[in-house]
Design a protein around this ligand. Structure first.
Ligand SMILES: [Mg+2]
Length: 154
């Protein structure tokens, strides 16, 4: 999907931003070099939404903003993420996930790559909402304003 001319958009992360994510309980599945995506996605399928962030998302969408989902979850498991969002009426315009073969890349690395992809597709974020400090820092290094919605120190 390519947006021409470039479209300004709002970027939302998923885990810890839109979806409740217990890093103490589930972090070991996804934060090591070896990922356990099946267990992770099965556990997150029933994760409740983080109501204030979900409200912000719906308000922005309702106001006509272009909403982009950007997550370190892998593309191969996209169906789980799309189903979770659809079930909660979180309508998005584009979704960018961890590319195949990039399991060993850190979350900040993955998001930098996904930002390049977004831009190549004609999407220019004007604001980003994310939770994890290392990722927030990466967005800011790219010159973007990132609203951090949780302490994100994990
Ligand atoms: Mg997150």
């Amino acid at each position: 999907m390519t947006f021409e001319p470039a479209k300004s958009c709002v970027v939302f992360d998923v885990d810890g931003t839109l979806a409740h994510f217990d890093a103490d309980r589930l972090g070991h599945l996804v934060h090591g070099r070896e990922k356990h995506w099946k267990e992770f996605h099965e556990a997150m399928a029933s994760a409740p939404e983080i109501a204030p962030v979900a409200h912000l998302f719906r308000q922005l969408k309702g106001a006509g903003e272009t909403i982009v989902i950007c997550s370190g979850r892998p593309e191969a498991w996209a169906a789980y993420t799309v189903a979770w969002l659809q079930k909660r009426d979180l309508a998005f315009d584009a979704i960018y996930l961890r590319p195949a073969g990039a399991d060993s890349a850190s979350d900040p690395e993955v998001k930098r790559v996904l930002l390049q992809k977004m831009r190549a597709d004609g999407l220019e974020p004007w604001i980003v909402v994310d939770d994890r400090s290392s990722v927030v820092e990466a967005w800011r290094k790219e010159g973007l304003i990132c609203l951090q919605c949780a302490p994100g120190l994990f």
